[in-house]
Design a binder for this molecule. Structure first.
Ligand SMILES: Nc1ncnc2c1ncn2[C@@H]1O[C@H](COP(=O)(O)OP(=O)(O)OP(=O)(O)O)[C@@H](O)[C@H]1O
Ligand SMILES: [Mg+2]
Length: 270
């Protein structure tokens, strides 16, 4: 059965999609059979892998109500071990349509369960909100990965997300644990970045990943070529960071990593 990792943060522009795409590609390079499910109507994860929603007849929205047809929507990529379930702007409608449906939290779980046996990793890229689609993604996953930008409101944002995690864990999904907190767009020359990093390491010493994703222009360029950074510039610091994250993710099993669970060692200050 796949490890199902949801990449979520209700704050916009913190690196959710960049992390989903590049972690998925890095896992694939490690020959882990991986499926990236784009759960954001902006469809940035799809286009970031060169898959454009207007060209896909089936997508996450069309199969949400017909999970048994999920294989028709899965698209293979240039990476042999990486496939994508693309999104579509139509997914916006699901936020409204699902409201009146029984068991409205579990539509995406049915999709994931249908194909979980065929992959080692399934990654879910979420939209920047805590609406029903994100709730569905949290209910479909076994592990939560939180990308965080080292900005002023980062700690408030993560506190809110962890409250949502607690609620989801209690009410809907006992299987969900927190895989880790990933600091993104980190610039060691920036005083605020350094300060927030220290605070995160202090408050969540066992959850923060050792990997820091640096601010790196190659990471921001790659989506315009419809490629993960590994295919754009394998030697970049962005590529290095996401390969290192993939190794940490493989090592870290959320089942054995409850909030506050992983021992820290040999941390250097950056
Ligand atoms: N490490 C990085 N270095 C430089 N630019 C980055 C990095 N990570 C992300 N970006 C850029 O920052 C912007 C926001 O990143 P991204 O789209 O991954 O965030 P997001 O959380 O998915 O946003 P949204 O909430 O809108 O879905 C993008 O233009 C992306 O290319
Ligand atoms: Mg995004």
């Amino acid at each position: 059965m796949a490890r199902v990792v949801v990449v979520a943060n209700q704050k916009g522009g913190v690196g959710k999609t960049t992390t989903s795409v590049n972690l998925a590609a890095s896992l694939a390079v490690m020959e882990k059979k991986t499926l990236l499910i784009d759960c954001d109507p902006q469809a940035n994860a799809s286009s970031g892998l060169g898959i454009y929603s207007e060209k896909c007849i089936q997508n996450i929205y069309t199969i949400l109500y017909e999970p048994q047809r999920v294989r028709e929507a899965v698209v293979v990529t240039d990476f042999p071990f990486l496939s994508v379930l693309p999104s579509s702007p139509d997914l916006v409608a699901a936020e409204i349509e699902l409201v009146g449906k029984p068991r409205r939290e579990f539509f995406l779980r049915a999709v994931v369960q249908e194909i979980a046996g065929e992959y080692e990793y399934i990654l879910l890229d979420c939209p920047p909100s805590l609406g029903l689609v994100t709730l569905n993604a949290l209910c479909a996953a076994t592990e939560l990965l939180i990308p965080l930008q080292c900005e002023y409101y980062a700690l408030e944002g993560i506190a809110q997300l962890l409250r949502t995690y607690d609620l989801v864990h209690k009410r809907f999904n006992k299987e969900l644990s927190v895989l880790g907190v990933l600091l993104t767009m980190y610039d060691g020359r920036n005083k605020l970045n350094r300060h927030v990093k220290r605070e995160i390491w202090k408050c969540f010493p066992k959850l923060a990943f050792d990997t820091l994703v640096p601010r790196n222009v190659r990471l921001s360029e790659a989506p315009s070529f419809g490629k993960p950074v590994l295919a754009h510039d394998i030697k970049s610091r962005g590529s290095e960071a996401y390969l290192s994250l993939a190794q940490e993710v493989v090592r870290r099993h959320a089942g054995s990593v409850p909030v506050g669970g992983v021992a820290r060692s040999g941390r250097k200050s950056a």
